[in-house]
Design a protein around this ligand. Structure first.
Ligand code: 5GP
Length: 222
């Protein structure tokens, strides 16, 4: 917006650096549903599609849910610095490809991440100013287990492992900027949208403000 100082610039045109919006939760707390709803409702948000060495589940599509890659390709991406963060979860490797995120942020687009606490910690170390992290808690452990069972995606053994992992994941809630208890998906969705709306208005993210305000000042004095 610099260089347009004397034009009338609408406030929603102020150039902005994108933010990295992380949603973490134990599986079954509603993070995936919240992500889908947010992406459907918000045209300014891109999903970061992770790479993973885990095999696709029924219905999962390569390039939409994940990039499904083998261990050699994963190792090569790590070695080339091609991942912003990576972690081992449930015996498989997961990571966030760097290039699409960096391109989106520079364009002022926001990026949504469905990653675990390990990845969030790494992003906090490397990109604190761009990061907004939200932890989604289930209303109770019984409800968490019920949701894992009703989605019927996993074997009994995997459900038990997910329940064990849930305790570990939940122990990291205090490392997040925001915490939402997902009692009701619509209410949780409204809360997530409010966080995103407020964080977009942070002065430090609105990199075009200086030019915009100069334009306002110019219009007042001309
Ligand atoms: P799932 O295999 O059920 O899709 O995911 C298992 C866990 O891995 C979830 O908690 C999910 O948030 C996390 N995850 C998915 N992609 C990434 C990633 O790129 N990095 C990290 N650190 N965690 C991820």
């Amino acid at each position: 917006m610099e260089g347009r100082a004397t034009e009338h610039v609408r406030a929603d045109e102020v150039a902005r650096r994108g933010l990295m919006f992380v949603l973490s939760s134990p599986s079954g707390a509603g993070k995936t549903t919240l992500s889908r709803k947010l992406l459907a409702a918000d045209a300014g948000l891109d999903l970061s599609i992770s790479v993973t060495t885990r095999p696709p589940r029924a219905g999962e599509v390569d390039g939409r849910d994940y990039w499904f890659i083998d261990q050699a390709r994963f190792d090569a991406m790590v070695a080339q610095g091609g991942l912003l963060e990576s972690a081992r979860v449930f015996d498989h490797n997961y990571g966030t490809p760097r290039a699409p995120v960096e391109t989106a942020l520079v364009k002022g687009r926001d990026v949504l991440f469905d990653i675990d606490w390990q990845g969030t910690q790494q992003l906090r170390e490397s990109a604190r100013d761009d990061l907004v992290s939200v932890f989604v808690l289930p209303p109770s452990v019984a409800e968490l287990e019920r949701r894992l069972r009703t989605r019927a995606l996993d074997s009994e053994e995997v459900i038990q492992r997910r329940m064990t992992k849930a305790a570990d994941e939940m122990s990291h809630w205090a490392e997040y900027d925001y915490v939402i208890v997902n009692r009701d998906i619509e209410q949780a969705f409204e809360q997530v949208k409010s966080i995103l709306a407020a964080e977009r208005l942070r002065r430090t993210r609105q990199v075009g403000l200086l030019g915009f305000v100069r334009g306002l000042a110019g219009d007042l004095t001309s």
